[in-house]
Design a protein around this ligand. Structure first.
Ligand code: ZN
Length: 197
């Protein structure tokens, strides 16, 4: 099994050696199966979905997008059609986003290189943090309040430097910060000073 088959299904781009490959996620699991060719239908659905998205973004048509991005790629089973977007970069290898071009041939000896499942975050994490009764900023034990932002992206918005508490939340990847009342007030007043613990 080629390494690029480990990439996830969908439009999310995973960079690997300067190349982005988008393939149906189930491919590596079904590669040893005799009817792996059935993935063609899945590939068709994913491909159509991608082309429709591109067409919507570029205010164009699916057929135009298919023509614009069509390309061929060499595989151990010969040339295959695929879709490709290439960004040239001076002095570096071009960045290539590619969809398809993977021969759906049965590979009896395919090795499934599965990634361990990421455990779901504990749902009660916030409650647990809150119950500790300890300020996540100044580490004092006191009555706690919760500082909350709408989304994580708000914490890392480019353009202006983020206050220290926002940087902390971004590092924790949490939209909440459990803080004591004085710290919470200081956040709102914009006077929260950095603490070193
Ligand atoms: Zn505090």
């Amino acid at each position: 099994m080629q390494g690029n088959l480990q990439v996830r299904f969908g439009r999310r781009a995973i960079r690997e050696k300067g190349q982005v490959t988008l393939v149906p996620r189930p491919a590596p699991y079904l590669a040893p199966a005799s009817d792996v060719w059935k993935l063609n239908r899945l590939e068709w659905a994913a491909k159509t979905s991608m082309l429709k998205t591109l067409a919507a973004k570029h205010r164009s048509r699916v057929s135009h997008m298919a023509r614009k991005y069509q390309a061929t790629v060499d595989t151990p089973h010969g040339k295959r059609n695929c879709f490709e977007a290439v960004t040239e970069r001076p002095g570096r290898k071009p960045l290539i986003a590619r969809f398809g071009g993977i021969p759906l041939h049965r590979q009896k000896k395919a090795v499934i290189d599965d990634r361990p499942a990421v455990p779901a975050p504990a749902r009660k994490e916030l409650v647990t943090r809150f119950r500790k009764g300890r300020c996540e900023w100044c580490q004092q034990y006191a009555a706690m309040e919760t500082r909350q932002v709408r989304k994580l992206a708000d914490l890392t918005r480019p353009g202006r430097p983020q206050p220290a508490w926002a940087q902390r939340m971004a590092r924790m990847r949490r939209k909440t910060l459990i803080v004591c009342v004085p710290c919470h007030q200081a956040i709102h007043a914009g006077t929260l000073t950095a603490v070193t613990v």
